[in-house]
Write a protein that binds this ligand. Structure first.
Ligand code: NAP
Length: 270
């Protein structure tokens, strides 16, 4: 049996075990299983040192380990190196490689839109915002604003990565072509009835909420009322998992089959 899994803290909300186990079954891998491990930062090193004993071949990595995981990897992809964060650790010929598939996951739905977008506003300046910034730059959207509750973090990112910062209180004055939420406001649980944008959405072409549960979030419901094109975090989630699965197995699964599976089997039960 080959073991794969996700490490993070907290981890109970993760859809990754459902998705990867569905994909293993769908593609006929009877010898692979995917597990969720709740690992606190103090236990990360000890956990990683013992992977070979348990036949672990690949890991998805989430909050709060995306940065610290790099020091464990024997090889770091140029992308993970550039962003200084990885969401995947995979063992190839005995060598542990750290990779970042969040950027791929983020840009795929945008590439399919085939719209000309020139300006962006990112809400939030945490770990996920780094993949978003890099993705926007890859798509040649060069006018990027960032706004964060803690202004100093947005300012630091703006300074380091050539963005413009705008205060959390004034952000609604901007009308970017694309608005991206990377804060947890709107996420299931205590934030579900919150929205990170306190104004109308007139003039904004695309609203992308990287939260994947609930789907749609309050922000996306609001965006639909203003006829904005909307993208859900569920799309990003499936695409990042698709690339991760390819690193784990060399094979890929259908985006639409995965979407259908998650919509009918995972969200309906909640
Ligand atoms: P993080 O590193 O903890 O950053 C969270 C960000 O949200 C920080 O900028 C924080 O601001 C801000 N924030 C937190 N609470 C807030 C509040 N009450 N009001 C305003 N701002 C608030 O988290 P992350 O790794 O960036 O992840 C953020 C979200 O992205 C999560 O919901 C996660 O599930 C989602 N995500 C989705 C995918 C996907 O595949 N769809 C992938 C990665 C992440 P401060 O700096 O002021 O604390």
């Amino acid at each position: 049996m080959q073991i794969y899994g996700i490490i993070g803290h907290p981890i109970s909300h993760s859809l990754s075990p459902a998705l990867h186990n569905w994909a293993f079954k769908k593609l006929g891998y009877k010898d692979k299983v995917y597990i969720a491990w709740d690992i606190i930062p103090e236990n990360l090193e000890r956990f990683l040192q013992n992977l070979d004993i348990f036949q672990v071949k690949g890991l998805s990595v989430t909050i709060p380990h995306k940065q610290n995981i790099l020091s464990f990897a024997q090889k770091i992809s140029p992308l993970a190196q550039k962003i200084q964060a990885a969401n995947t650790l995979v063992c190839h010929n005995g060598i542990w490689l750290a990779e970042n598939t969040d950027v791929y996951g983020f840009i795929q739905p945008l590439q399919q839109l085939n719209m000309k977008l020139q300006s962006a506003l990112i809400l939030g300046a945490g770990g996920a915002s780094l993949a978003v910034i890099y993705g926007l730059k890859k798509l040649k959207i060069n006018k990027i604003y960032i706004s964060n509750r803690t202004m100093s973090k947005a300012r630091q990112l703006a300074k380091n990565l050539g963005l413009k910062e705008i205060s959390w209180e004034n952000k609604e004055k901007l009308r970017p072509d694309i608005l991206i939420n990377t804060t947890p406001l709107g996420m299931s649980g205590k934030w579900q009835n919150k929205i990170p944008w306190n104004a109308d959405l007139k003039g904004i072409k695309v609203v992308y909420d990287i939260i994947y549960n609930p789907n749609p979030t309050l922000l996306l419901k609001q965006a639909k009322k203003f006829n904005c094109t909307t993208i859900s975090g569920l799309e990003m989630f499936i695409y990042q998992a698709q690339q991760q699965f390819k690193l784990f197995t060399g094979q890929t699964f259908s985006f639409y089959d995965a979407l259908n599976y998650l919509n009918t089997n995972t969200f309906q039960r909640k």
